[in-house]
Design a protein around this ligand. Structure first.
Ligand SMILES: Nc1ncnc2c1ncn2[C@@H]1O[C@H](COP(=O)(O)OP(=O)(O)O)[C@@H](O)[C@H]1O
Ligand SMILES: [Mg+2]
Length: 265
């Protein structure tokens, strides 16, 4: 299952991605979590030990690697460089593994418009496409906003996209915009997941204002999220309620995508 997680800034995408990562590990899958935020923080939400995170460098910042693989220095435009750089070894070599979750940080690519062709964007796009096409059980892609930076080839390889929403009109408005963009890219399975839900009214608000998308489940507003952040531990370890809600969402998505749970049968 190749799952992209999107939504308005601050709604809880990274929190939801970290919960789902351990949720799928608990269900018997191997998980690759990809942090596509220019300022990575998925590793913290996953409670990766500090020394492991220190050793990780976002791929976009690895100038020597980019130059070696594309044949051109990052930051250059025009000129000649490879459009199909070798990337197969990158996920294993430049990621960190903790409690069954492999974490890869993509880092920031300077945006020169959607048609930007520069060595670092070519390498990242090749890498993401490769990751989505290879046979890891579950890939979770924590995106930092909408789907604009998801290229055609990448979008083709995604099985489902979760749009995380808070019980606010704004985040549901953003969900509607993301839905339109995602449909332009022909992304097949689009679902909402509620975040920071504190009451039955919150749930109803999300369900009634969904931009025509099925709501897979809701994650409660929970103090454990902040406690985990402060303690530097995985949010998954701080709240049995969030763990239970995550299991509901993870299994609903499994069923929608027609997957057999590897730990069953
Ligand atoms: N279920 C939740 N309950 C309480 N606070 C949450 C929850 N999910 C996220 N938060 C808080 O909201 C803020 C943004 O969360 P984050 O996951 O980083 O969002 P995003 O990745 O969408 O920007 C953080 O301060 C986080 O602690
Ligand atoms: Mg985030």
């Amino acid at each position: 299952m190749k799952i992209a997680v999107s939504g308005k800034g601050g709604v809880g995408k990274t929190t939801a991605t970290a919960l789902l990562a351990y949720g799928y590990v608990a269900r018997g899958y191997q998980v690759l979590a990809v942090d596509a935020d220019p300022s990575p923080c998925l590793g913290q939400a996953l409670g990766f030990p500090e020394d492991l995170l220190q050793g990780l460098r976002p791929i976009a910042e690895m100038e020597d690697l980019i130059a070696e693989r594309t044949g051109a220095q990052p930051g250059t435009m025009g000129g000649y460089f490879r459009l199909n750089p070798r990337v197969e070894d990158i996920p294993e070599r430049f990621s960190a593994l903790h409690r069954g979750v492999r974490l890869l940080q993509l880092g920031a690519v300077e945006k020169g418009g959607s048609g930007c062709i520069c060595p670092e964007s070519v390498l990242l796009r090749s890498l993401v496409t490769h990751i989505l096409l290879r046979r890891t059980d579950v890939v979770l892609l924590d995106m930092y906003a909408g789907v604009e930076h998801l290229g055609r080839a990448t979008a083709d390889a995604v099985d489902a996209m979760i749009i995380v929403v808070e019980p606010t009109a704004r985040s549901l408005g953003t969900a509607g915009q993301i839905r339109a963009l995602a449909e332009d890219l022909h992304l097949p399975h689009l679902y909402l997941v509620g975040s920071k839900v504190a009451s039955a009214e919150d749930r109803e608000f999300i369900e009634q204002h969904s931009p025509g998308l099925e709501v897979l489940g809701h994650l409660s507003a929970d103090e454990g999220v902040r406690d985990a952040d402060r303690a530097g531990v995985a949010v998954y370890d701080q709240s049995p309620r969030l763990v239970a809600e995550t299991a509901t969402i993870a299994s609903a998505l499994e069923r929608r995508l027609g997957r057999e749970n590897p730990s069953v049968g």
